[in-house]
Design a protein around this ligand. Structure first.
Ligand SMILES: [Zn+2]
Length: 286
C-alpha cells in the first residue's frame, strides 16, 4: 500500500461512502478486465462469472443508473450522452470501482472515526490531541515543591554555565537549521540562569521549544538574551518580568517540544543577533 492512494480522495465523499458500504467481502487480488463485466447485460444469469459479489454490485449500480439518473453523486462521472451503452457504463464502473474501494479502505483504516462531517472529525481530533497532551504532561510533569529552589550554578562569575554537567550535542548551525547548542543531560536536572537579568518569556508551550524561558541581560555593556528550551512541564520557577541573578535555578531539564531526548536547547543573542552560544559561554562563564 502506498500513501498516495489514501491522500488523494478527490472523489465526492458521498460517492466513496456509497461504494465502501456496498463492499462487504474482501476484494480479489487482480482487477478484472473490463470485458468481465459483460454478463451485467443479462441480469438473469448473474452468477455465471463466479464472482457474485462484484456482479451484484455492478448490477445494482447499473440498475441505480437507469432508475435514478438524477442522483447528484453520480452526476460527476455519469457519461453525458445517452448513446453510451449499459455495457460501457458497467465497464467504466468496474474500473473506477477498484480505485474507489482502495481509496476508501485506506481512509477508513487511517482514521476510524464514526463522525461523518468535517466539523465532527476536526472536533474529535482536537479532543484526542488534547487528551494526548494531557497524558504526556502528566507523565513528565513535576511538583514544584519537590524542587530545591536554593540550588545555584557552580561558579561565581557574572556569567555561568546553565547546567552543572552535560554532554555537548548539536551546535549552532550543525546539520542544517539549528539556532543554538544542545546540552544533553538527564531529565529533571536543574537549569540555571546564565546571567542576572529579567525574565522575558516563561511558557509551558513556546513553539518547538516546548516549555521554555528567555532572559534579557546586560553583559559587558551589551544587550544579551538567553533561551532555554525543552524544559520539563510544570518545572518553571520564574515568571515573565521577574528578576533573576546569575546562576539562579529557573527550572528543570526535560524533553518537551521538538525534542527526542532530555536536553537543554540553549541560545544566545547579543544585541539581537544570534551568536555561537557555546563559544559565548566558554569565553564568559566562570
Ligand atoms: Zn537544539
Amino acid at each position: 500500500m502506498n500513501d498516495s492512494v489514501g491522500d488523494a480522495p478527490e472523489q465526492p465523499a458521498t460517492d466513496l461512502t456509497r461504494r465502501s458500504r456496498a463492499r462487504t467481502t474482501p476484494r480479489t487480488k487482480a482487477p478484472r478486465p473490463a470485458r468481465a463485466a459483460r454478463p451485467a447485460r443479462r441480469p438473469s444469469k448473474p452468477a455465471s462469472t463466479g464472482k457474485p459479489v462484484r456482479s451484484v454490485i455492478i448490477l445494482s449500480m447499473v440498475a441505480g443508473l437507469v432508475a435514478t439518473v438524477a442522483i447528484p453523486a453520480y452526476a460527476a462521472w455519469q457519461p453525458e450522452t445517452e448513446a453510451v451503452t449499459l455495457q460501457q457504463m458497467a465497464a467504466d464502473d468496474a474500473q473506477s470501482l477498484v480505485v474507489a474501494s482502495d481509496a476508501s479502505a485506506v481512509q477508513l483504516e487511517r482514521s476510524s472515526y464514526s463522525a461523518t462531517t468535517p466539523e465532527e472529525i476536526a472536533k474529535k481530533k482536537a479532543v484526542e490531541a488534547a487528551a494526548e497532551r494531557a497524558r504526556a504532561r502528566a507523565k513528565s510533569s513535576v511538583s514544584l515543591s519537590s524542587i530545591d529552589l536554593t540550588m545555584t550554578a557552580p561558579g561565581s562569575g557574572e556569567v555561568r554555565w546553565p547546567l552543572s554537567g552535560f554532554t555537548r550535542g548539536r551546535g549552532l548551525g550543525d546539520s542544517g537549521y539549528h539556532q543554538g547548542v544542545d546540552l544533553l543531560t538527564g531529565c529533571g536536572q536543574p537549569i540555571f540562569a546564565a546571567a542576572g537579568g529579567v525574565v522575558r518569556t516563561s511558557q509551558e508551550s513556546y513553539g518547538g521549544y516546548g516549555v521554555a524561558i528567555t532572559i534579557d541581560h546586560v553583559v559587558g555593556g551589551q544587550r544579551v538574551s538567553t533561551l532555554y528550551g525543552h524544559m520539563t512541564y510544570g518545572s518553571r520557577v520564574v515568571q515573565a518580568g521577574e528578576s533573576v541573578s546569575a546562576g539562579q535555578l529557573i527550572g528543570l531539564v526535560g524533553s518537551t517540544g521538538s525534542s527526542t531526548a532530555c536536553h537543554v536547547h540553549f541560545e544566545v543573542r547579543v544585541n539581537g543577533s544570534l551568536v555561537d552560544p557555546y563559544a559565548w559561554l566558554e569565553i564568559n562563564a566562570s
